[in-house]
Design a protein around this ligand. Structure first.
Ligand code: HEC
Ligand code: HEC
Length: 342
């Protein structure tokens, strides 16, 4: 064990060196450690962040007056204390109605090249107006929304500072929310610190779990790259896919047979905080997720070719769970910002 740790320590500190990478990766074809290091947060050209934009976006994100009943904000379903999700199997919308899909985390959505379980939104800017207008979610009349924001002196000042010379509109409102969401980043987990050379940041069990993640578990076939997602769509054979009228997922947006029941690969970063898991919330714990993959999924129709029985040992499963627990950054208390009352 000592020898193994030593090899890993060397590899982790010198990840930039090809030879060390090969020594670490143990097997040809495994991704190099470098691939897992998150780069700078990307920002679109027409929405470069600054303190005024982020502050405005933060207030809007937490403001329940954005909903028709005045009792629901983005943070209701993307709660910072619950991993920027809601802790529910599937979301609760207007009048506590149970919605069909789970609330994904906002953590690292900045790095997504496509948004939503079915990829129906291209960017965070595109996404932001959706929930307010959706009658099952925040159920807000857009005319009413803009008339109260425009009559609120506090917001008028905030918008003028954030987007000088531009009107208060769907465009400025969604850009502000998106600029704020891009500050919700997880890049300081034990895994990140380990990647950057702190050999002690992960436990030996977590390192073993990482080996299963890239190796026998085949997880990086889809949870690839630094944000641990390929931004692609796959059918992982959930039991709900076998229902009479299942959620068709990506197929509903792009009617290509291979996409029936396929959903976007979510990041696994912060997973220890964002359960229940999968779009239908059917896995309660990370071990449930691992067991699902280990048995090669439940429903085989249109199943991704990358989902096969894994025959993982109990030790390997526990290591995989431990590794995923090493993907949480230090908890940051997010306090609700002061909202402009008039
Ligand atoms: C009623 C709960 C609820 C509210 C309120 C809500 N969301 Fe969501 N959010 C969801 C659900 C559920 C999804 C996934 C829906 C789908 O993919 O079909 C989602 C998806 C997202 C995504 C895509 C994440 C990804 O990884 O694809 C972002 C970003 C997001 N919401 C931001 C917001 C913002 C901003 C607001 C406020 C304007 C908001 N949400 C309000 C439940 C909610
Ligand atoms: C074929 C591609 C693929 C492979 C291989 C794969 N995943 Fe996934 N993973 C996905 C997709 C797609 C989802 C979402 C599926 C859904 O909800 O319908 C997902 C969901 C998850 C989730 C839930 C995240 C959340 O926020 O709900 C976790 C955790 C996870 N995978 C871990 C793993 C682990 C660990 C492995 C390896 C044992 C693995 N995955 C292998 C594609 C894959």
């Amino acid at each position: 064990m000592k020898k193994l740790l030593l090899t890993l320590a060397v590899a982790a500190t010198s990840w930039g060196v090809q030879a060390a990478d090969t020594a670490y990766v143990f097997q040809a074809g495994h991704p190099s450690l470098k691939e897992f290091i998150l780069g700078p947060v990307p920002h679109p050209d027409d929405n470069k962040p600054n303190a005024d934009r982020i502050l405005l976006g933060q207030k809007l994100f937490f403001d329940p007056r954005m909903s028709g009943d005045g009792n629901m904000s983005c943070a209701t379903c993307h709660n910072p204390a619950l991993g920027w999700s809601d802790g529910l199997p599937t979301a609760r919308g207007v009048k506590s109605s149970v919605l069909g899909r789970a609330s994904p985390t906002v953590f690292n959505t900045a790095y997504n090249s496509i948004q939503m379980w079915d990829g129906r939104k291209k960017s965070l800017e595109d996404q932001a107006m959706g929930p307010m207008q959706a009658n099952v979610e925040m159920n807000m009349d857009i005319g009413k929304l803009f008339s109260w924001i425009k009559s609120n002196e506090g917001y008028k000042t905030l918008f003028a500072k954030a987007y000088p010379g531009e009107p208060i509109s769907e465009s400025t409102l969604s850009r502000a929310i998106a600029a704020y969401e891009r500050t919700v980043i997880s890049d300081n987990s034990p895994f990140d610190r380990w990647l950057k050379g702190d050999a002690k940041a992960m436990t030996a069990q977590q390192v073993d779990g990482f080996k299963v993640f890239v190796g026998k578990g085949n997880c990086t076939a889809c949870h690839s790259g630094a944000n641990l997602t390929d931004n692609g769509f796959h059918n992982v054979g959930l039991a709900s896919w076998g229902k009479a009228e299942p959620d068709m997922g990506r197929y509903g947006i792009r009617p290509v047979a291979a996409l029936k029941g396929a959903f976007k690969t979510p990041t696994v970063r912060e997973a220890a905080r964002t359960g229940p898991f999968f779009h239908d919330g059917s896995a309660i714990t990370l071990m449930d997720v691992v067991e699902h993959y280990d048995r090669g999924g439940d429903v085989k129709t249109n199943l991704s070719a990358n989902i096969k029985p894994l025959n993982l040992s109990k030790t390997e499963k526990e290591a995989l769970v431990a590794f995923m627990e090493g993907l949480s950054s230090p908890f940051i208390v997010a306090s609700i910002p002061e909202l402009p009352l008039k």
